[in-house]
Design a protein around this ligand. Structure first.
Ligand SMILES: Nc1ncnc2c1ncn2[C@@H]1O[C@H](COP(=O)(O)OP(=O)(O)OP(=O)(O)O)[C@@H](O)[C@H]1O
Length: 682
């Protein structure tokens, strides 16, 4: 019998109702239950009061000195106090709603008390007490604390866990290969499971945790690596072979020389595309590092190799911008670029769809709608997308069902600290643009208080008089009672009054698509000098003549968002500036503003952001692909994560991993994972 075939109902003491409640926590089988780890331990080990700080929780042993005093409030509420001598100090012990203890508090009797210590009043508010003459179960131990609810209480979980281990502990199987256990000197799985639920001393408890953290991270990495190596071994992708001279002569048409970083990354991408397996590569580069032209070269290669390319972007504004810049770039080489968006007329849409199907359109630009049903390509060779729309297994299988296995290049402008890159993008190969184009000057960033608006206006005037343009960003569209933030519409009016002679534009999410396009076009063409906008301009907008970015209420934005916004300037050779207007209330808020003024390197901003926020918060949402681990802590267990990654990478490249019986259990475990959706062994 295997543990994952035994239902929790078969554990003594688990009723049908309790079983149902366990289901709500994802616990169905004994295997699930044993993998339901405590998230912390309650410490009942006895300590001296001298080493206990005010407000801390502590367990002490003492002797009852006087008769207890009880006050009752209504029927159920009571306050019981009693003098107890602990380490030679006379302490007042207080219990709330434990009137039934009164008779047991006999002067002269030994007692063990656990509770919160209040130094000043020499008082202990007791949450737990035991009497050594009656035997102590908890005293001196660490008790596991589980995430529970409903009628599942901590004592019940502890008891049930113990019972499960007694009944079924001998069936716990090892799941890591022996060589890894030996290599890292890990505790056997059965021992680790028992100890994590019933730790007897910290050293062994640490060993148990280390073993299970390794296992968790290893399985996670194995999943990513297996996916990656499986992907590489599949030969159903398109092998895109282009004459290097075509690429070279295209590069010669560019108005600038590629940076060494761009050349290196282009080579990595083209090498991937030549393979008959599907490319799954992440291109990370700081704001303004020139990712677009890299993507353009890859798209050109796809087309010259006899296929079509798609560029998928998050917003229609960006779709429009990229459409125009690709058209300009590809005009000399005669590529047909088309736009596909939700706000297009039905007729136009039909034309585009027909063009794609017949292969008259080489490159399609649009939001994620471009790979959805109803869109048929003659032969899709490459999809370029951004990290928010990263290609999951789902999208790949939609395309595969349509008979397409394009190469995929994912771009991100949020440089990801190494820790998170390993976890969130471990299934991808990574290319990084390390340098910015030559001649770029670092952006100067200033942080000012709200009272300085007049000087900021003077700054705008100076830049515009010098022929440049400015962005003025604020957090909301319209005035809100709840938040005291400057809104774009008001600010637009205010700016109009301050600069009656200056064309000032307004851009926000509530404008219609055509209106947005028109505002963006006018700003691009330098007809509008100052653009008052919400964060719709955050990602990817490229107007090289803009040199001033002013961000109102900057404390309301996250660091990476501020960095993204700042990246809208400094995109050509002119000196550029960013002004943050903010009165942050918290220390962290002030720290964030300081980080911005101290560095304009996105990798450094990310690193400091991670320090300030912690990894759990870094991406904000679950869809970011950063998983929540049961035991592992990405910051604290980073070294283990790296080991696990190397081990998993090593294992999955060995042929025996895919064929040998020893690894069958690991493969089975992988296959049950959603990421693969049964693809692993077909
Ligand atoms: N090698 C280069 N030399 C000079 N200018 C370049 C070079 N590569 C790109 N550029 C220009 O730099 C600007 C920024 O490039 P691009 O829009 O590709 O940045 P990006 O990496 O996509 O940044 P973001 O994530 O901020 O949109 C563009 O105007 C582009 O034409």
């Amino acid at each position: 019998m295997k543990l994952d075939q035994i239902t929790v109902r078969q554990i003594k003491g688990v009723s049908a109702q309790k079983e149902q409640e366990l289901h709500a926590f994802g616990v169905h089988t004994v295997a699930d239950l044993l993998d339901y780890f405590p998230f912390r331990y309650e410490d009942y080990r006895i300590r001296g009061l001298a080493e206990t700080k005010d407000g801390e929780k502590v367990t002490v042993q003492g002797k009852i000195m006087g008769a207890p005093v009880m006050q009752r409030y209504g029927r159920a509420k009571s306050r019981l106090t009693c003098k107890v001598v602990v380490d030679g100090v006379l302490v007042t012990a207080v219990w709330f709603n434990r009137h039934f203890l009164q008779e047991q508090l006999v002067p002269g009797r030994e007692v063990v008390l656990t509770g919160k210590w209040e130094q000043r009043r020499l008082q202990l508010t007791v949450s737990d007490s035991e009497f050594p003459d009656k035997g102590t179960a908890k005293t001196g131990t660490l008790q596991p604390v589980y995430s529970v609810g409903g009628s599942l209480t901590q004592p019940w979980m502890r008891k049930t866990m113990k019972q499960a281990i007694t009944q079924f502990g001998s069936l716990i199987e090892e799941m890591l290969p022996v060589e890894l256990i030996d290599k890292h000197r890990l505790m056997p799985r059965s021992e680790a499971i028992m100890r994590i639920h019933q730790p007897d001393d910290t050293a062994a408890g640490q060993g148990a945790r280390r073993r299970l953290v390794y296992e968790e991270l290893f399985l996670f990495q194995l999943k990513l690596q297996a996916y990656r190596s499986l992907n590489r071994s599949r030969k159903d992708g398109v092998a895109i072979v282009v004459d290097p001279e075509i690429i070279r002569s295209f590069v010669r048409t560019l108005p600038f020389e590629l940076t060494d970083s761009q050349k290196k990354v282009v080579n990595e991408i083209l090498a991937d595309m030549r393979q008959p397996s599907c490319m799954n590569r992440l291109l990370q580069g700081d704001v303004g590092s020139g990712k677009t032209v890299v993507a353009a070269i890859a798209l050109l290669a796809a087309v010259k190799g006899g296929h079509q390319g798609a560029l998928m972007v998050p917003t229609e504004i960006l779709a429009d911008q990229h459409m125009r810049s690709l058209q300009k770039l590809f005009e000399p080489v005669g590529l047909q670029v088309a736009l596909l968006t939700g706000s297009m007329t039905e007729r136009k849409r039909r034309d585009v769809l027909a063009g794609l199907q017949m292969g008259l359109i080489d490159i399609i630009v649009g939001t994620h709608a471009i790979i959805q049903d109803g869109v048929v390509f003659r032969s899709l060779g490459l999809v370029v997308t951004d990290e928010q729309h990263r290609f999951g297994v789902n999208q790949r299988s939609i395309l595969r069902r349509k008979g397409m296995s394009p190469d995929v290049l994912t771009m991100t402008a949020t440089p990801i600290p190494r820790t998170l890159a390993i976890t969130a993008f471990g299934d991808m190969d990574v290319s990084t643009l390390r340098e910015r184009p030559h001649g770029r000057k670092p952006i100067k960033t200033y942080w000012v208080k709200h009272g300085m608006l007049d000087r900021v206006l003077g700054f705008i005037r100076r830049e515009v008089d010098a022929g440049r343009q400015a962005y003025f960003i604020c957090p909301l569209i319209e005035e809100s009672d709840k938040l005291d933030v400057q809104n774009a519409i008001d600010l637009h009016i205010q700016m109009g009054q301050a600069f009656p002679d200056m064309p000032i534009g307004l851009l926000h999410g509530r404008l219609g698509a055509a209106e947005k396009d028109e505002v963006m076009r006018a700003f691009s063409d330098n007809e509008i000098k100052v653009l008052v906008a919400t964060t719709v301009v955050e990602v990817g907008v490229d107007v090289p003549n803009a040199t001033l970015m002013i961000i109102m209420d900057a404390e309301r934005f996250g660091l990476s968002q501020l960095h993204q916004l700042r990246g809208r300037v400094g995109r050509a050779e002119h000196q550029s500036y960013c002004v943050l207007i903010a009165d942050p209330k918290s220390e962290i808020g002030r720290e964030r503003m300081k980080v911005m003024t101290e560095t304009d390197d996105g990798f450094e901003v990310s690193r400091r952001d991670l320090d300030l926020r912690g990894p759990g918060d870094f991406f904000g949402t679950k869809q970011s692909g950063v998983p929540e681990f049961r035991l592992a802590d990405m910051a604290a267990d980073f070294a283990v994560l790296e080991e696990a990654r190397d081990d998993a990478a090593d294992l999955t490249t060995r042929p025996e991993f895919w064929s040998d019986a020893i690894y069958a259990r690991l493969r089975q475990r992988l296959q049950s994972d959603q990421l693969f959706q049964g693809e692993l062994l077909d």
